[in-house]
Design a protein around this ligand. Structure first.
Ligand SMILES: NC(=O)c1ccc[n+]([C@@H]2O[C@H](COP(=O)([O-])OP(=O)(O)OC[C@H]3O[C@@H](n4cnc5c(N)ncnc54)[C@H](OP(=O)(O)O)[C@@H]3O)[C@@H](O)[C@H]2O)c1
Length: 275
């Protein structure tokens, strides 16, 4: 893993016995491209610290895309991911209070409950967090398999964000399995801004969304997305895969600024914050 931006003395390590400089020879064997530990990744992806008063919710998305904009291959994101991407994926989960995800991603990717990871235990305890983030599934239908471990055996009860018009029998099935249903919309659907507020009211302010594209598009349109952690996979897939954000386009493109850029094995790990 190498940091490409912001440029620091670590971006291009010093030549042995010389001044900082470029060149493949200087990089080779210098450790610049070594695997980063979870502590380093956690520092690189730390949530903004609260500036006094009650912490404000901060919503970041973590998505992966190919060079030609595909957010999935054969219906899943795994074929366009990489071991380093999965380490960042794990780090972002390790830092989050809650992971917000669309029901279709849960169905297609077979979501399991997050594990308590030793690497994050001390950091989470110091931050006043439980052993693992909660998963919050966004669904209008609650058409989910409530016999799955995500609902029956999580470390922290799984949340279901839905609208007030949800079918009562689905709510009963979810609650019977141990999930907690949170109403965040007046009709069948969830209002993104209301969902963020509802999660903050439950004490969850370090928010992470893992998509999918239909959910992310709504978060963008509702202007509740603060940060995008985007992995660019050095792959081309062509075809008609979804992009990372779908739905109707916004009236004016939302402008984000680059905060950091890491690289490993040709994969770029960018972090953008809204301006
Ligand atoms: N590249 C990446 O980083 C990445 C990340 C995640 C997923 N993916 C891929 O994306 C695909 C799935 O994404 P997707 O865009 O089709 O689906 P999605 O966004 O994961 O889920 C869509 C579902 O979420 C629920 N939903 C969304 N907005 C809602 C709202 N406002 N109110 C209530 N419910 C709402 C609905 O569930 P109900 O139908 O239950 O009502 C809807 O059918 C998969 O192929 C997955 O592999 C890629």
């Amino acid at each position: 893993m190498r940091r490409l931006f912001p440029v620091t003395e670590l971006t291009v390590p010093p030549r042995p016995g010389g001044a900082p400089g470029g060149g493949t020879d200087a990089v080779a064997g210098s450790g610049a491209d070594r695997e980063w530990g979870f502590d380093e990744l956690a520092e690189a992806y730390a949530y903004p610290s609260a500036s006094g008063g009650a912490p404000e919710p901060w919503l970041r998305a973590n998505m992966v895309s190919t060079l030609d904009g595909a957010a999935q291959h054969d219906g899943r994101s795994q074929p366009i991911s990489h071991a380093a991407d999965m380490r960042i994926f794990g780090t972002l989960r390790g830092l989050a209070d809650v992971v917000v995800v669309g029901a279709e991603t849960v169905r297609q990717e077979g979501y399991r409950p997050p594990r308590a990871r030793e690497a994050f235990a001390a950091r989470r305890e110091a931050a006043g967090q439980g052993p693992a983030p909660a998963i919050a599934v966004v669904s209008a239908s609650l058409d989910l398999d409530f016999s799955l471990p995500l609902f029956t055996a999580p470390l922290v009860p799984t949340l279901l964000l839905t609208g007030a018009a949800v079918a009562p029998d689905r709510v009963a099935a979810a609650e019977k399995a141990g999930a907690r249903v949170v109403i965040a919309g007046d009709g069948t659907g969830v209002d993104p801004a209301r969902a963020v507020r509802a999660l903050a009211d439950l004490g969850h302010t370090r928010l992470l969304t893992e998509g999918g594209p239909r959910l992310l598009g709504q978060l963008v349109a509702a202007d509740v997305l603060d940060e995008l952690c985007l992995t660019l996979a050095p792959m081309l897939t062509a075809g008609d895969a979804q992009r990372i954000a779908g739905g109707p386009s916004v009236a004016v493109p939302k402008r984000f600024e680059l905060v950091s850029l890491l690289e490993e094995a040709g994969f770029l790990f960018s972090r953008y914050r809204r301006t």
